[in-house]
Ligand binder design. Structure first.
Ligand code: PLP
Length: 519
């Protein structure tokens, strides 16, 4: 034995293999036994619960102060590229470090390098927020650390997921008869939905035979609007369908997929021997929150025998407001639907809700049970590992359950309603200001707008809007993002943070106007 018990030898790089060291089988076993002979059998163990109590109390207080006033931090991090890494040692510590020192570095190095999504002035992308019940749920989830892969590996994790997905289904007004599961992101939910869409054509035998080198397979086509999220394209790429087989259907003046164009494109593809595999409609597109006409799209998809997936990653949440539930009209005709509680339902990252009409197809696409995962009750329960690519799964249902219970249907509705009203107010201020234009219908809590002074060329107005955004974001008080619509640079103000109030939105407008005037 070359080192004393529980004292590891010096680390060496794998680039310099130990000459003559065994790497497998009985020789490796003998090597391990010799090296570890005399190692104490008492566990080194975790840090003690006294340490927990001390530091957990500190962290609770830190979080409380943070949630009371995230505004003390600039909303968009001012860190320069590489500046955070430059403050950190290049190698891991050999010896244990005190938690107090680590937490001090969180404050000193990490926090200034964060963009504060919990800041009420966060209006970029789709704003989101971690609410108090959601944060508490996350804390419990990491403390419990269960793996929700099989029913048996934590019956409550599976059953809570089933129940909470059914509650959410009811909250957004979806009818019964859907199978719900929680994934990490809408990107993964859409990937799973399109994998199911492919498996819904069992005659193609893609699960068994794959797609490569198969002259017998038609091109499998996926139709989605020009405004759809790139997660649709990525799913098609990952499934081996080929990016070229994602057909981007033109949109109308309100950025909605044109059903007539969809119908024509499908007919042309069929005439060329291609197979319309799936259509992805969006309720709340990323750039403008436009609404594809789902009912009409559903009819066309059905006639073509194509799977209809609805991406309501952002927009789905608005359906918790009873008077706005109409945004999901037509979704009951779909085969699958995704919405993200981590976007606009006050649930901390990450939490995406996926429903499918026919779970058997999803199961057919993914179930593969090795002997070590066989359980006696497997035919009587849901084992969520059978419905996706992951085996290990986080217990995300707990935080969502806590959010739904702590706010209740009315509490959720009043918060989302308030944010839609704030967006309406902001759009009103923009429309009332000469030289300013709202560039897309304001369906939800997103306003797309642009400064277009009379007589200014589009190119100069593009540059002006870009400067305005940079100036606003540099204040640290508000954070906007942008998109391009009809080739022109457009600012986006997205409201979705539970702590955002009228004064934050007014302040954002003041900053935008000030930046335009060079103030
Ligand atoms: N779909 C839409 C409409 C989105 O706006 C987004 C992200 O903004 C996504 C999908 C991807 O979401 P996620 O980050 O959960 O994968």
């Amino acid at each position: 034995m070359s080192t004393p018990p529980n004292k590891p030898g010096p680390r060496r790089s794998l680039d310099e293999p130990l000459a003559g060291a065994p790497t497998q089988g009985a020789e490796w076993e003998a090597h391990v036994a010799a090296e570890l002979a005399g190692v104490s059998l008492a566990a080194p163990g975790d840090l003690g619960t006294d340490e927990w109590r001390t530091h957990a109390a500190e962290i609770m207080e830190w979080i409380a102060r943070y949630l009371e006033k995230p505004e003390v931090h600039p909303v968009m991090s001012r860190a320069a590229p590489g500046s955070i890494a430059a403050q950190l040692p290049g190698a891991p510590p050999a010896q244990a470090e005190p938690l107090a020192a680590i937490l001090a570095d969180v404050d000193r190095i990490v926090v200034p390098g964060l963009t504060h999504w919990n800041h009420p002035g966060f209006f970029a992308y789709f704003a989101n927020s971690a609410s108090v019940p959601g944060i508490l749920g996350e804390m419990l989830t990491s403390a419990l650390n269960v793996n929700a892969m099989l029913w048996k590996t934590s019956p409550a994790a599976t059953e809570l997921e089933q129940v909470v997905m059914d509650w959410l289904r009811q909250l957004i007004g979806l009818g019964p008869g859907w199978f719900g599961m929680i994934t990490d992101t809408a990107s993964v939910s859409t990937f799973l939905a399109l994998a199911a869409a492919r498996e819904a054509r069992p005659g193609l035998e893609i699960r068994e035979r794959g797609m490569a080198g198969r002259g017998d397979l038609p091109a499998l086509r996926v139709y989605t609007s020009e405004q759809a999220h790139t997660s649709v394209d990525k799913a098609a790429i990952a499934l081996g369908l080929g990016h070229k087989n994602v057909v981007h259907v033109p949109v109308d003046g309100d950025f909605r997929m044109r059903p007539d164009a969809l119908e024509t494109l499908i007919a042309e593809d069929r005439a060329r021997g291609m197979l319309p595999m799936a259509v992805v409609a969006t309720v709340g597109t990323t750039s403008t929150a436009s609404l594809d006409p789902v009912s009409e799209i559903a009819e066309i998809s059905r006639a073509a025998g194509a799977w209809l997936h609805v991406d309501a990653a952002y927009g789905g949440s608005v359906a918790v407001v009873p008077e706005l539930q109409g945004v999901l009209d037509g979704v009951e005709l779909a085969d699958s639907l995704v919405m993200n509680p981590h976007k606009w339902l006050f649930t901390p990252m990450d939490c995406s809700a996926l429903w499918v009409r026919d779970p058997a197809v999803l199961r057919r696409a993914f179930a593969l049970v090795p002997e070590y995962l066989v359980t006696r009750e497997q035919d009587a329960v849901v084992n969520y590992m059978d419905y996706g690519i992951q085996l290990g799964r986080r217990f995300r249902a707990l935080k969502l359950w806590m959010v739904l219970r702590a706010f209740g249907a009315e509490g959720l509705a009043s918060r989302v309603r308030h944010q839609v009203a704030l967006a309406q107010a902001f759009a009103g201020w923009v429309r009332a200001e000469p030289g300013w234009v709202v560039e897309a219908p304001v369906h939800f809590s997103l306003v797309c707008f642009r400064c277009q002074p009379a007589g200014m060329s589009d190119a100069d107005a593009d540059a002006l809007n870009e400067r305005v955004m940079a100036a606003v974001n540099a204040t640290g008080e508000a954070y906007l993002s942008h998109t391009k619509l009809r080739g022109r640079y457009v600012l986006r103000l997205a409201i979705g943070n539970i702590r955002t109030d009228e004064r934050h939105v007014r302040r954002a407008w003041e900053l935008v106007r000030g930046a335009t005037l060079g103030r």
